[in-house]
Design a protein around this ligand. Sequence first.
Ligand code: NDP
Ligand code: 8X3
Length: 253
Amino acid sequence: MQNQIVFITGASSGIGAACAKIFADAGAKLILAARRWERLQEVANSLDIPSDKIHLLPLDVCDRLAVESAINNLPSPWCNIDILINNAGLSRGLDKLYQGDFQDWEEMIDTNIKGLLYLTRYVVPGMVSRNSGHVINIGSIAGHQTYPGGNVYCGTKAAVRAISEGLKQDLLGTPVRVTSVDPGMVETEFSEVRFHGDTERAKKVYEGVKPLTPDDVADVIFFCATRASHVNINEVVLMPVDQASATLVNRRK
Ligand code: NDP
Ligand code: 8X3
């Protein structure tokens, strides 16, 4: 992992920030992208990493032209991305589909599907021409099982699953690897974002449960990234011991 260039989207929080830590500790060079600049800087300051091994990018993955420009204008020492972690993503709302909020839908589809596609489209050609690379997409248990109110979010994560499969097929004959890491319940800012900042409602999601931590997920992502170069881990589903499916959770009183 020494000096491998790892590009992490959504690195200002949760799973993305935990990935920054585990890859930094292993000697990787990091490109960290997200919209909230101060939060990105806080993550960067928390890492034990020399300043020439980290590059911060304020980036909204939904903005295709901004993604294109960010990738095309990377300083030359940062151009040859070895690992792309498509982690930026969010859920918005838990409404019934027929009562859903259009803006919530647009935001989830634009971020979770289109943002992931833009990054992939601009980064992977370099991997193919250099004969080396790994794309790690963060999917979800929600891409395997739909739950009430999950409708559009689950749809975006099912799309991530299909896109990962499709990319793997399209890269056959190249050494570029594709992995989808699909967690169940992880305690991050995810539920706060889903409930538009309602922290009390967000806290209830994890009540009486021992959820996964962002570090648990980063650990699995790191494992996938560090197998022998002929080994492709296609998909990993992980969840807490307290969870058996998207809807079946053991809560202690
Ligand atoms: P967090 O809310 O803690 O982190 C989400 C990250 O995505 C933030 O860094 C946020 O940064 C970034 N992000 C959101 N929108 C954009 C955008 N338009 N452009 C760039 N960055 C963006 O949640 P998690 O860490 O839990 O989420 C990470 C991924 O894991 C998501 O794809 C999520 O769907 C998935 N996941 C989460 C699970 C969970 O239970 N927590 C379970 C399964 C999957 P900023 O706001 O600064 O842009
Ligand atoms: C996040 C996990 O079950 O809330 O993707 O959709 S879940």
